[in-house]
Design a protein around this ligand. Sequence first.
Ligand SMILES: Nc1ncnc2c1ncn2[C@@H]1O[C@H](COP(=O)(O)OP(=O)(O)OP(=O)(O)O)[C@@H](O)[C@H]1O
Ligand SMILES: [Mg+2]
Length: 338
Amino acid sequence: MKKEQIVKCQFSEWYPRFKKHTIKSIVLQIPPEVIDYLHDDGTLVLPIRNDCPSRHEDETEEWSDEESSDVPTLSPPKFPEFESRVEEAIAELGGRVFPKLNWSSPKDAQWIALNSSLCCHSLHDVLLLLKSSDLIAHDLTRPFLLCSDDSPDPEIHYQLTLRKWCELIPGAEFRCFVRERRLIAISQRDHTQCYRHVHALRAEIRTSIHQFFIGLVQPRFPDDDYVFDVYRDSQGRIWLVDFNPFGDVTDTLLFSWEELTDTARLPSSDGNGEADEQDLPVFRCVTEESYLQPSVQLSYRLPRDFVDLSTGQDACKLIDFLNLSSGRQQTESSDEES
Ligand SMILES: Nc1ncnc2c1ncn2[C@@H]1O[C@H](COP(=O)(O)OP(=O)(O)OP(=O)(O)O)[C@@H](O)[C@H]1O
Ligand SMILES: [Mg+2]
């Protein structure tokens, strides 16, 4: 993967060329003070909203008697101008948006939102997700981490992308792999479920995505190797969702990088021998209920024990935990005595 490939997959690079064929979106430059705020990995303090009277100052007064003067006060930041731009964009997109930075969405932080969703109504909602996401931290700090070239990192202007919220059906999303300008593979995007209708319609889905690629994507995307995501709506029409680099930062879903980088390893669609030119793109979907996998988003959430302890739902775990910590305290005090 080359740095130039990563640059070409930024949302603002491809969106103008494919505007008519993707979800309506607005890209906003992120001001330096908001970038600093996103970079700061201390305590998460959300900014004061424009429409809120500043309660913080009153609270500081209330707290500033002698007894509580040691209590650290965390000042919430204020981004009035940026907030106004974001709120305007959200209103223009119908009041509900899906947020992204230059490449990634904060899908690993979905669990932290009050609605457990990436659907945002305000800058507040957006910042809570962005600040809580490791994928966003990767975009901000190490976007070229896995690149093989030694050239200096290209300059990146960080942008907030707000996309009109759409109720997308996971079974209608597909990921498409392009190598040397040929569409070589298509995978069901949600590989944790078996969607029987996808298997039944596989020939039709494969053909319509291939035509979409030949007619629209291939002539307009300025690279040889890349990955793109599409959505097939209820009328069978194909829409573009995203572009991703052809490399380790992108999940290969039902394929492996070995297969995708050496087409000789791709078995033909009927499973008899190697795929030849007419077998490409090879289409894969989950065909058996037995393949069902846990959602990939689960791995980002809190450890189960932590949730059980903090909510007091599992009394046995709580007793184990208390025994464990009292045991540790005893060991520490006997160490001190000795
Ligand atoms: N506008 C939208 N409204 C609602 N949901 C959306 C929207 N755009 C994307 N999604 C959902 O969020 C998922 C992730 O979106 P997207 O591919 O843009 O994020 P990403 O961070 O680039 O993901 P990846 O790392 O897999 O490439 C999509 O598969 C889709 O289900
Ligand atoms: Mg993506």
